[in-house]
Design a protein around this ligand. Sequence first.
Ligand SMILES: C[S@@+](CC[C@H](N)C(=O)[O-])C[C@H]1O[C@@H](n2cnc3c(N)ncnc32)[C@H](O)[C@@H]1O
Length: 407
Amino acid sequence: MFEPIRLSHTISGTGGGLLFCLDASQPQQALVPYRGQVQAVVMDPPFMTGEVFTRKRAFGAQGWRAGKPVVSLKGYPDRFDTPEIYQAMLRGLLENARELLAPTGVCYLHLDWRASAMARLLCDEVFGAGNFLNEIIWSYESGGRSRKYFSRKHDTILLYARSPEYRFSLDRVPIPREGVRHNHLKRQTDENGRVYGSVVVGGKEYRYYDDQPTYPGDVWTDISHLQQRDPERTGYPTQKPLKLLDRMLRPVVDPGDLVCDLCCGSGTALEAARRLGCGFIGVDSSREAIAVSENRLRLQDLSVHMACDASPAALYGSFDAASGLVVLTGFEAEHPAFPRTAEPFAALEAWGCGPIVGETLHLQHICSRTFRMPELAPMGFVRTETYPLGVLTVDAAGRRQVFRWTD
Ligand SMILES: C[S@@+](CC[C@H](N)C(=O)[O-])C[C@H]1O[C@@H](n2cnc3c(N)ncnc32)[C@H](O)[C@@H]1O
């Protein structure tokens, strides 16, 4: 039978990435080993909107397949009693970011009109005004419009270097020049039929050919927010588009570098980092965020540092040590938001199994729901040798539990 256990907070896959459920605005012992090693720190913290965000999540295979039923869950609070409390939180995040960065590294801080002025001064203080690189304007069309003032249609992303040795390669983010209009350029065609825009400065002609790329400035208008039905969407509130994080990371990281997001939410920056061949550390104070990131990054290659939940679920099934076959036959987890359905595993969103070695569950088999594969296979094979078998379950509210098989 499967018996719930409290493991130390570590569950290991093969270790390509790390997730920590921590308050990243406080000094954290768990981050000490990575000091001075991170090439890019990304932070998209609460913006001080005064809202409490909720998230909607598909429930069971039926929900993942058809969009219904869904559960409505806690997202994260973006409420601070005073601006001073918010400022202290931001300062803590920035100080941790600075400690993590390698001398060649950079830090991105993503905010909007509410806190960007305060943040700019804080960043100057923490990183040094001389390390300021950019105030990037991410401009978009989505969101409401105002009649009382000009509609607020941009976020501000501050970019600071850790030191003058920072790395940055703009040529990795080319944009096709065709379609980009520069009204100050005179359009012409050369003797080979190539179209270009030209401008004469100080008697010298500068040519910009349509078939050569251009590069982004500090105002980005070509990346939109995720649409309601975008397949990238995880259901986590305020999720940013992968394309934005790719633009931010690509010029500053090489494959094999370490990227850290101190407010990782649904794990967008972590996924962008992984696609660029980087290792990653995701930190978030919300266990829902860690669960969403874990599912998004599909559990493998991950060490997740988060306590099991106090109210354990019940897991039923069997394990044949000789063949290594694990079969799940039922999963029960109570949550006020979970609807009643006939599906036996409706409340289970992901599971994995492997040997428990000391205080660590080493996942060998993992399975999580995706829009492409809404069903969860209830079987898996593992080699446990002499170690006990452990099964990790993640329910539809992101709650985790580890079970040990006992004969
Ligand atoms: C704007 S969301 C991040 C969204 C993310 N960029 C994405 O694409 O999904 C802000 C996140 O910061 C987290 N957060 C708030 N305060 C935190 C703190 N002190 N330490 C770590 N994470 C924090 C919240 O739980 C939330 O997930």
